[in-house]
Design a protein around this ligand. Structure first.
Ligand code: MG
Ligand code: ZN
Length: 217
């Protein structure tokens, strides 16, 4: 019983700060998304392909969440966009206060898009509002087609599903129609993109969609 109460208090505090973050994004006309997935689904690779595609034409900043290292932030550094690394030291999710601290290192007036790469985990990031405009879940074909059934909360709370590594479909045990069906059964409003960071398939559609989400100035 008391465990549940503490958890509720933590989430209430989190939601209060998330509200402040959301207000900062609104005031500065920023589209902010929270990229979530299991470890190894390709969040960082999608981010790399996205930054390549925008090639400086969209003003982007990145917040990288990682459990232990700054390896992903090093990958992002070569794209010359403002990037802030959060190392959670074992923590399995980002929360709104961590994002609020990270935002102090970003000139919000100068960006249109903020990409938050969450820690690889499909469980608790579902419950932590960071103040983002929306959550985007990545599921790769190498993970099979039952991820939405195993982690329904995340698929319910996400607005977009990116099915990544579609180039591997011939070699893996994943029926993409079953994957989509499972995801849409849990959340019929999910917008779905199919991508490959190896062949660049789907990257144009995905990036064009992002541009449409950026609020006008
Ligand atoms: Mg990563
Ligand atoms: Zn966690």
């Amino acid at each position: 019983m008391s465990v549940i109460t503490i958890e509720r208090k933590v989430l209430a505090k989190n939601d209060e700060i998330a509200g402040l973050n959301r207000e900062l994004f609104r005031k500065n006309n920023i589209f902010a998304f929270n990229l979530v997935s299991s470890p190894g689904s390709g969040k960082t690779s999608i981010l790399e392909r996205t930054l390549e595609y925008f090639n400086g034409k969209v003003k982007v900043a990145v917040i990288e969440g990682d459990v232990q290292t700054d390896l992903d932030a090093q990958r992002i550094a070569k794209y010359n966009v403002p990037a802030v690394q959060i190392v959670t030291r074992g923590g399995c999710h980002l929360d709104a206060p961590l994002i609020n601290d990270a935002l102090k290192n970003i000139d919000l007036k100068s960006i249109q898009l903020l990409i938050i790469e969450n820690v690889g985990n499909l469980v608790c990031p579902a419950n932590y509002d960071l103040g983002e405009t929306l959550k985007i879940v990545v599921a790769s074909t190498t993970e099979g087609d039952d991820k939405p059934l195993k982690y329904p909360e995340m698929f319910r709370n996400a607005s977009v599903l990116i099915i990544n590594k579609i180039d591997l479909l011939p070699y893996v045990n994943c029926n993409i129609e079953t994957l989509k069906h499972n995801a849409l059964r849990i959340n019929p409003r999910l917008i779905i993109f199919e991508t490959s960071c190896a062949t660049n398939a789907g990257i144009t559609d995905w990036c064009d969609w992002i541009v449409k989400q950026i609020p006008p100035r």
